[in-house]
Design a protein around this ligand. Structure first.
Ligand code: 4AD
Ligand code: MG
Length: 433
C-alpha cells in the first residue's frame, strides 16, 4: 500500500486516516513510556505521539536517535486534539530518519547575539519569527504585483549592469570587457522612464545596490525596489498613487498575514489607520516644524533619520514631505514652477519612527533644463545621451517613485532593523552566508 504524503496544512482532510508527513523535528519529549515529536514542514506543525507498548520496538528505538532538525518521515493516523497546536495530532506507528542532524545544531532555545544569528542565517531562517517575516514579505510582494496588474501596469525588468548612474550614493563597479566600468544599478528608474514612453504605465521590481558606508538599521547594500513610472502623471497624481499603493499593501498584510503578525507581536492598531489620504507637508513647513522641535536642520538640508522621526511623531499615519530644495535631491527631478529653488518631489515617511519608505518625483521633461542639471552635477554626459533623448523625441509629463521593499516589510512587521526583512541580508560587513 502506498501512503499519501500530504503537507501538514492539508492534514485536516485526512482525519481518521493513516498518512506519512515529511519534515524537520523541532521538539522532542519523552516520559519513558510515551514520547512526543513535534515536526515542521514549512506549512505547519504536527505533534506525533508514540506509545511504547503500542508500536514496534524498532520505531521506539528510532525515536531515541532523533535530534533537533533531523529530517524525518512520520507515519500514523491523524486525529483531532484540541490541546495540540493546529488542533491535530498523529498516533505514530512508523518513523523513518531521512537526514540526521548533528547534536551541535547551532540555534538553541536560548538568547543568541545578533552576529551569531546572522552568521547562522541559513539556520535562523527556520525559526518561527523569521518564517513569519518571510511570509509577510511574500504576501507584500504578491500584493505589489496584484496592485499593478489590476491597474494595467506593465512590469518591465531593467538591467542590473549599467553604464549610467542613477542616484548619488556609492556605486559598486566591476570591469566590463572593453566597455570600461559597469555599475550595479542603484535604480531602474531611468530605464523605467524610457519604458513609460513605450507603454504608458510600467513598474520595475528588482534588486538595487548602494555602496553606502552606513551602518544604520535602515540601510542595506543590496535591497529590492519597486519603481512605477507613469506617463501624464504630475506630482499630485504621483502622491495619490503612492497612498493608494501603500494602503493596499498594508491592508493585504493585515487581511492575509494576521497569524504571522501575531507571532511577531505586532500591534496592528497603527496599521489599521493606514488609509488614504495621507498628510502632505511642504518641505518649508517641515523645516519650521523641526525648528520648533529643537532640530538644527536648516532650509536646504536633506532630512536625516532623526528629523523624519520628529516629523512622523506628529501624525498617526504615513506623511508626505514634498518639494525639497533642488540641492538636496537628484538631478532628474522637475523644477517647481511655484518656487524654482525647489523640485516637484516627495518622500513618504512611515509612522512609528520608520521614516522614508518611498522617494518619488515628477521628472524634468525639459531638455535644456535637464542638460543643465546633468552639467551642474558634473555627471558623465555621454552616459546620459539616451536619457536626454527621451526629452528630444516626444517629451512628456511623467512621474514615478521607488518603494523600498525591506523598509516596507520592516515597518509592517515592526522590525527594529532591516537585516531581518530579507532572507540573506547584505550589509557593509556581511557578505556571508
Ligand atoms: O529615495 P531613493 O534613493 O529613490 C530612488 O532611487 C528613485 N530612483 C526612485 C524613483 O523615483 N523611481 O530610494 C527609494 C527608496 C527609499 O525610499 C528607501 O525605501 C529605499 O529605496 N532605499 C533603501 N532601502 C534599503 N537600503 C538602502 N540603502 C536604501 N536606499 C534607498
Ligand atoms: Mg530618498
Amino acid at each position: 500500500m502506498t501512503l499519501s504524503t500530504p503537507r501538514i496544512d492539508e492534514l485536516k482532510q485526512h482525519v481518521g486516516h493513516t498518512v506519512t508527513v515529511r519534515g524537520w523535528v523541532t521538539h522532542l519529549r519523552s516520559s519513558g513510556k510515551i514520547a512526543f515529536v513535534v515536526m515542521r514542514d514549512g506549512t505547519g506543525q504536527i505533534q506525533g505521539v508514540l506509545v511504547k507498548t503500542q508500536i514496534e520496538p524498532a520505531v521506539w528505538e528510532r525515536f531515541a536517535a532523533l535530534t533537533i532538525e533531523t529530517s524525518v518521515a512520520m507515519t500514523g493516523e491523524v486525529h483531532t486534539e484540541e490541546r495540540s497546536p493546529g488542533g491535530l495530532e498523529m498516533a505514530v506507528t512508523g518513523l523513518e530518519i531521512l537526514g540526521e542532524s548533528a547534536l551541535d545544531y547551532p540555534i538553541q532555545p536560548k538568547e543568541h547575539g545578533i552576529d551569531f544569528l546572522l552568521d547562522n542565517r541559513h539556520f535562523w531562517l527556520r525559526s518561527p519569527r523569521q518564517r513569519a517575516i518571510a511570509r509577510v514579505r511574500n504576501e507584500v510582494e504578491q500584493a505589489i504585483h496584484d496592485f499593478f496588474y489590476a491597474r494595467g501596469f506593465l512590469r518591465v525588468d531593467t538591467p542590473i549592469l549599467t553604464a549610467a548612474i542613477g542616484e548619488r550614493a556609492g556605486l559598486f563597479s566591476t570591469e566590463y570587457f572593453d566597455e570600461g566600468n559597469a555599475y550595479l544599478a542603484q535604480t531602474g528608474q531611468l530605464y523605467g522612464e524610457a519604458a513609460a514612453a513605450a507603454f504608458g504605465r510600467i513598474y520595475t521590481f528588482g534588486p538595487t545596490f548602494r555602496a553606502e558606508k552606513s551602518k544604520t538599521r535602515r540601510h542595506l547594500t543590496e535591497f529590492w525596489m519597486i519603481e512605477p513610472e507613469v506617463a501624464w502623471n504630475d506630482s499630485d497624481d504621483n502622491m495619490r498613487l503612492q497612498e493608494d499603493f501603500v494602503s493596499y499593501l498594508v491592508r493585504r498584510a493585515l487581511d492575509r498575514c494576521a497569524a504571522d503578525l501575531q507571532i511577531l507581536e505586532r500591534d496592528t492598531a497603527p496599521l489599521e489607520r493606514v488609509t488614504p489620504p495621507f498628510v502632505r507637508l511642504d518641505y518649508g513647513d517641515a523645516i519650521s516644524l523641526l525648528k520648533r522641535k529643537g532640530s538644527t536642520t536648516v532650509w536646504g538640508d536633506d532630512l536625516g533619520a532623526e528629523d523624519e522621526s520628529l516629523i512622523v511623531e506628529e501624525y498617526d499615519k504615513p506623511v508626505f514631505v514634498m518639494n525639497y530644495p533642488r540641492e538636496a535631491k537628484a538631478f532628474y527631478m522637475k523644477e517647481n514652477p511655484a518656487d524654482p529653488r525647489t523640485v516637484l518631489c516627495d518622500d513618504l515617511l512611515a509612522p512609528e519612527g520608520y521614516g522614508e519608505i518611498i522617494g518619488g518625483s515628477q521628472r524634468e521633461d525639459d531638455y535644456e533644463r535637464l542638460l543643465a542639471r546633468i552639467r551642474a552635477e558634473k555627471l558623465p554626459e555621454d552616459a546620459y545621451g539616451w536619457y536626454l533623448d527621451l526629452r528630444r523625441y516626444g517629451t512628456f509629463v511623467h512621474s514615478g517613485f521607488g518603494l523600498g521593499l525591506e523598509r516596507t516589510v520592516a515597518w509592517i512587521c515592526g522590525l527594529p532593523h532591516l537585516r531581518e526583512a530579507v532572507a540573506f541580508p547584505r550589509l557593509m560587513n556581511r557578505l556571508r552566508p
